[in-house]
Design a protein around this ligand. Structure first.
Ligand code: DON
Length: 559
């Protein structure tokens, strides 16, 4: 009986906290993901004795099947992990790499103009996928169960199908035209060439076979042999440049997270090739110079916006794949540098971005990616943010494999200071080069104090970073994840020089006041983000697991 079980857990929790001060592990497991079937996959694996890492494999793979518009085997991701036995914290970097034939001008014509949509649609837009390698790495180095077990739910969803939701239907509408250009993709993701009806069953038999090959043969199942050969052949047939060598050469990299301290909280987040950890750490350090608590609501927002503006400026100039460019991490996070930046914040007015540096402007497009958070009873945890970049990635499926290719190449700076799909600009540090990883904004993050552990992340392109920043500030203020995921969201990214805010993100009064300080404001016509968060409160030994009310995710506690 569920009610009895709940009471039982509560009793156990109280005993825990009285007898031992801090509990050694949470009272249960918790999973929060963007899709109920992916959360169910995690629950299934935890109940079979898997740990948080096995659950992370199961949830990641399932998300790739049931949210094809967000992530998948043809995409990549970052898994920030914490191993309870020894406290090891690393980020598994499964970001896509540029193929060997990629070059700096590949999306420009002879006149050096950017070729419209060349980095967005079709296999030329796709980097070499890192998702399968990430899953294999997680399972082999940290998991307890064989891949054949942790991939089983995803394989089942692919084979037996999943039902189209209202969200799927809406998102497929945005990409139907491009999906129709690639019949193998249209057959799977559309219904007679149109967005499928709600309730329609999407079956992906070929993808199920690909998942099986990974389960049986690990890396070799995807990066060598028949599936690799088919992907390369199909990509080339449609203008792509992948080679077998590119696939064979793909490796995940374990990277040390970016760690910053903010008002007693330890924030552990994504290092380059993500920009998330550094941008957020910079913004938080700039904000430590101010007494946010003593400010009016509008002043507080003004200062947060100014911190975002400055941190995003450094993103545009300095950040890229650390294997290729020398990212000056120490300098960017140096106390005196950030104190200096804080001094340039004028409490009485907005600093025009042009004063901090040059750069053009463009609008963002609405797009997707996904996130999940998981913790097990031992205290192992994973924050995973996964992506194929924009909706349905490049819309290209390699016939016979079911693999939908990403369009992550667009995250490179395809021409200096030309905005990408998220309006982000960049320069040399993020220029295309063979084997290089495009700069990302994905920001899987742990929020830690001695008595509270948070696990958080969200999709949202460049706005990911500001959403996680707002969540981190809310955590530092002692609030619960219910609050972090529901916060009204606003954003500044240096260029375009405007405060973007979601529908209802700023009140009329706040808009008036911020405009009075010289901020240009732009309301996004919808609400954005899809945050999945977990909090383990060690003093009470309680777990909170929460999905963003804007999405259709499911967060559960698994007893
Ligand atoms: O890695 C990145 O920063 C992007 N490819 C993420 C895309 C994204 O979050 C789209 N979501 N709405």
């Amino acid at each position: 009986m569920p009610i009895t079980r709940k009471i039982y857990t509560l009793v156990v929790c109280i005993v825990f906290s009285i007898s031992s001060g801090y509990a050694s592990g949470p009272p249960a497991h918790a999973v929060a993901s963007a899709h109920p079937l992916a959360t169910a996959a995690g629950v299934e694996i935890l109940r079979e004795g898997g740990n948080a890492f096995d659950a992370a494999v199961a949830v990641s793979a399932a998300l790739g099947v049931v949210e094809p518009y967000s992530s998948g085997f043809g995409g990549g991701g970052f898994w920030l992990i914490h191993r309870a036995s020894d406290g090891k914290q690393v980020m598994i970097d499964g970001r896509e790499t540029a193929p060997a034939l990629a070059h700096v001008r590949m999306y420009r014509d002879r006149q050096d103009n950017v070729i419209k949509d060349a980095s967005i649609n079709g296999p030329l837009a796709a980097g070499i996928p890192g998702m399968p390698a990430g899953l294999v790495h997680l399972a082999e180095h940290y998991g307890r169960l064989p891949l054949s077990r942790s991939l089983a739910p995803a394989k089942r969803y692919a084979e037996q199908g999943f039902r189209v939701t209202a969200r799927y239907h809406r998102l497929a509408g945005y990409r139907a035209e491009t999906l129709r250009q690639y019949p193998a993709a249209a057959r799977i993701f559309l219904q007679d060439g149109s967005p499928p009806r709600i309730g329609h069953l999407v079956r992906q038999e070929a993808l199920a076979a690909t998942i099986d090959a990974i389960a049986e043969r690990g890396l070799d199942g995807f990066y060598r042999g028949p599936i690799a050969e088919t992907m390369v052949r199909e990509a080339r047939k449609h203008g792509g440049i992948w080679s077998l060598r590119d696939l064979e050469a793909y490796r995940v990299i374990e990277r040390e997270p970016i760690v910053t301290n903010y008002r007693g909280a330890r924030i552990v987040s994504a290092p380059p090739p993500s920009s998330g950890g550094i941008v957020m750490a910079q913004a938080l350090q700039i904000l430590t110079a101010f007494d946010l608590d003593g400010m009016s609501n509008v002043q507080r927002k003004h200062h947060i916006i100014e911190a975002m503006r400055r941190a995003f400026r450094d993103r545009a100039v300095f950040l890229g794949d650390p294997e290729f460019v020398d990212v000056p991490v120490e300098r960017l996070l140096h106390k005196s540098y950030l104190e200096g930046l804080a001094l340039t914040v004028d409490p009485a007015k907005a600093t025009p971005s042009t004063i901090i540096g040059e750069g053009p402007a463009l609008l963002q497009t609405g797009t997707q990616t996904t996130h999940f958070s998981v913790i097990d009873r031992e205290g192992n945890r994973v924050a995973g943010t996964l992506s194929v970049n924009t909706l349905f990635g490049s819309c290209f499926v390699a016939t016979g494999t079911g693999v939908l290719f990403n369009n992550e190449m667009d995250d490179f700076s395809i021409k200096p200071f030309t905005p990408n799909a998220y309006g982000l600009i960049g320069d040399e540090a993020n220029a295309i080069a063979p084997g290089k990883r495009p700069l990302s904004s994905m920001t899987p993050t742990f929020l830690e104090t001695p008595d509270r552990i948070g696990i958080v992340g969200t999709p949202g392109g460049s706005r990911i970073i500001s959403m996680i920043l707002l969540a981190a500030l809310d955590f530092a203020d002692g609030r619960l994840p219910q609050s972090w995921v529901s916060l009204r969201r606003f954003h500044h990214q240096y260029q375009p020089d405007q405060v973007q805010f979601e529908l209802y993100g700023l009140t009329e009064f706040e808009q008036q006041q911020l405009a009075g300080l010289g901020h240009e404001l732009r309301e996004i016509s919808r609400r954005y983000g899809n945050m999945q968060a977990i909090l383990w409160d060690k003093t009470e030994n309680l777990l909170h697991s929460v999905s963003d009310p804007r999405g259709e995710g499911l967060a559960v506690i698994v007893e």
